[in-house]
Design a binder for this molecule. Structure first.
Ligand code: GLV
Length: 389
């Protein structure tokens, strides 16, 4: 077993342990994958200002996201098919998040259902909603999230249609995988994963199969989303969902200042600057490049968060410095999950926390609340502006 010291170690282990179809689903972007790569690489364009002889005792990374106390400004992002990275993946990740003291978000496209996760956790988790054409189904989903006492609804607006995901099409992505020769050969090299899956009844989309009309199983994810996701989604629907839900609302998938203003006007509690991990519009700027203009425009009216490309606690601190009052991690926790189940997610969180804490200290701060763009070397705005245009 390799010594795990950073998220890249967990990624390598996950690539070995998770069937190719599901590893690729998580670790890829749309079309040329340029946005997917930029999300991660653009953090590297921001240089940190080292300070010395500043008292570094008594540090804290605690904050709150939509009023929920969190050990650091990091929440688990909603990711589809999480229970295919590891058996019972959503339950394990939610439990790891709860133990660490950060929020967990369950995806509409999860394997474990809302009820299943609620029965196996104590802290209220957040539920992410995709808007589908079948409004009865959406109403029932919202009611199920309420009944499970979910603490906030995260409404994703950037997946009215599916991005061009070449790897998924080539792999014939489905849950559970179809027993083709290629899949069987690949599964034979993943005994740990197979054993886990044989030991759980949770192998298809728990929130959907048996709940949406006419859905017995999802043979092809891309065909099903093409058919079901609503391309006509509008801000009027956001209003309707906000009313129906009645609780805290987080809007995910904002990359444009005009859209950020509309999100703030909608009365939502938070918005997430996000290009869906580079999985939707390839050619869009990275999230970190899009963040400063959005935080400047609406940061006083709505909590601004970001996701995309966060692989270290340094990335979390840089996002905070540029105005994100919270971040979400998708792949970073999926690698941990695929590598080592619940323990792997805990490792991811420990690693991010340590990196965040150390970097904050080296930059001369003991409290996150005192950190702003002053921790970055001058010139960051010009560098990011060049990437956002
Ligand atoms: C979301 O479910 C995705 O596949 O990006």
């Amino acid at each position: 077993m390799p010594v795990i010291t950073h998220v890249g170690d967990l990624q390598r282990l996950a690539r070995r342990r998770v069937p190719r179809m599901f590893y690729d689903y998580a670790d890829s972007g749309s079309w040329t994958e340029s946005t997917y790569r930029a999300n991660e690489h653009d953090f590297g364009k921001l240089l940190l200002r080292q300070r010395v002889a500043v008292n570094m005792e008594g540090r804290s990374t605690r904050t709150a996201m939509v009023g929920v106390d969190t050990a650091m400004p990091v929440a688990i992002a909603p990711t589809g098919l999480t229970g295919m990275q590891h058996a019972d993946g959503e339950i394990l990740a939610a439990q790891a998040a709860e133990a660490f003291g950060i929020p967990f978000t369950l995806s509409t496209m999860s394997i474990c259902s809302i009820e299943d996760v609620a029965a196996r956790t104590r802290a209220p988790f957040w539920f992410q909603l995709y808007v589908m054409k079948d409004r009865d189904f959406i109403e029932r989903l919202i009611d199920r999230a309420k009944a499970a006492r979910c603490g906030a609804l995260m409404l994703t607006l950037d997946l009215q249609i599916l991005g061009q995901r070449h790897k998924d099409l080539k792999n014939g992505l489905s849950a559970p995988p179809k027993p083709t020769l290629r899949n069987l050969l690949n599964l034979a090299t993943k005994p740990r994963w197979c054993l886990g899956m044989l030991g759980t009844p949770r192998r298809s989309f728990g929130n959907i199969v048996g709940h949406a009309k006419g859905v017995g199983d999802l043979s092809s994810l891309s065909a099903w989303t093409a058919e079901q996701f609503d391309p006509a989604l509008s801000w009027r629907d956001v209003e309707w969902i906000k009313r129906r839900w009645g609780g805290k609302l987080i809007i995910k998938g904002i990359m444009d200042v005009e859209d950020a203003r509309l999100a703030a006007d909608s009365g939502a509690d938070a918005l997430i600057v996000s290009n869906h991990g580079g999985r939707q519009l390839d050619g869009a700027p990275s999230s970190i490049a899009a963040l400063p203009a959005i935080a400047d425009a609406v940061g006083s009216r709505i909590e601004v968060w970001m996701d995309g490309g966060i692989r270290s606690g340094q990335d979390v601190l840089k996002a905070w410095a540029l105005g994100a009052r919270g971040t979400l991690i998708g792949r970073a926790f999926l690698y941990g999950l695929g590598a080592m189940g619940r323990e792997g997610v805990t490792r991811t969180l420990q690693i991010l926390h340590k990196e965040l804490d150390l970097t904050m200290a080296f930059c001369g701060h003991t409290r996150l609340q005192d950190v702003d763009a002053g921790i970055l070397l001058p010139g960051w705005r010009e560098r990011l502006d060049g990437l956002a245009r």
